[in-house]
Design a protein around this ligand. Structure first.
Ligand code: HEM
Length: 203
């Protein structure tokens, strides 16, 4: 079951990464000058790709137990990728041409920076349980890169959200959905449900 889950995540990440690079770096273009916005697109891709690639290794129990030194090294690569990818996302988020996407993108980038920093701080204090939960949150936000593009395909190719007639409202709606829904589902399983179970067993 877990094998199918992770294979699906890796295949979807690779597929949408290929399409996003093709779209931005081949078809659309990355801006006219170095600062507007070539530097930002290149550095965003070069850094944000690190957590996307290293994430599955970090959650793979067999790999972590057998190669703890690699887990530590890749963990640092993951964190640096998120922090630099998140900072460049803040800039790209503010300057993007889609006004309805600015607020959800900025909140997503800020949460990504926060969850990843928290994962780092907690493991420095050797709080493995808190570290695991913050890593789950951080990687869920990393995967919003994939969720956003799946939703975009559903909207543009399969009439998803067809009850919203205004295109800008539709775009902003699925931009919000791409990270709010995954992080709520994850919170349900790692935080709310365990609290309810604890409450039940203590009464
Ligand atoms: C999770 C936090 C993230 C945020 C807030 C974010 C934000 C953004 C923004 C605002 C843009 C520019 C959109 C535009 O102006 O057209 C962008 C583009 C891009 N991002 Fe991210 N990003 C995130 C994560 C990632 C990850 C994990 C990857 C993986 C490699 C990634 C890869 C890309 C690529 C390839 C582009 C260029 C293609 C495109 O414009 O669609 N991003 N991102």
């Amino acid at each position: 079951m877990m094998r199918i889950f992770w294979t699906t995540i890796i295949l979807l990440s690779s597929y949408y990464l290929y399409r996003a690079i093709n779209f931005r770096f081949v078809k659309e273009g990355i801006g006219p000058t170095f600062w507007n916005k070539q530097f930002w697109f290149v550095s965003h891709l070069a850094t944000a790709v690190l957590p996307l690639i290293t994430g599955p290794f970090q959650f793979w129990n067999w790999f972590r137990k057998r190669y703890i030194k690699w887990h530590r090294f890749l963990g640092k690569v993951y964190i640096i990728g998120c922090l630099l990818g998140g900072l460049s996302a803040l800039y790209l988020g503010i300057t993007q041409p889609y006004s309805g996407s600015i607020v959800p993108t900025l909140i997503l980038a800020s949460l990504w920076l926060f969850m990843t920093s928290a994962a780092w701080i907690t493991i420095r204090r050797k709080d493995v349980q808190a570290h695991r939960l913050f890593m789950i949150r951080s990687y869920t936000l990393t995967l919003s890169f994939v969720f956003l593009r799946i939703l975009s395909d559903l909207v543009y190719e399969h009439n998803f959200l067809s009850f919203i007639k205004n295109q800008d409202v539709k775009d902003a709606t699925y931009e919000w959905m791409s990270w709010v829904i995954p992080i709520l589902i994850i919170e349900f399983f790692i935080s709310w449900l365990p609290s309810i179970k604890r409450l039940k067993s203590s009464t």
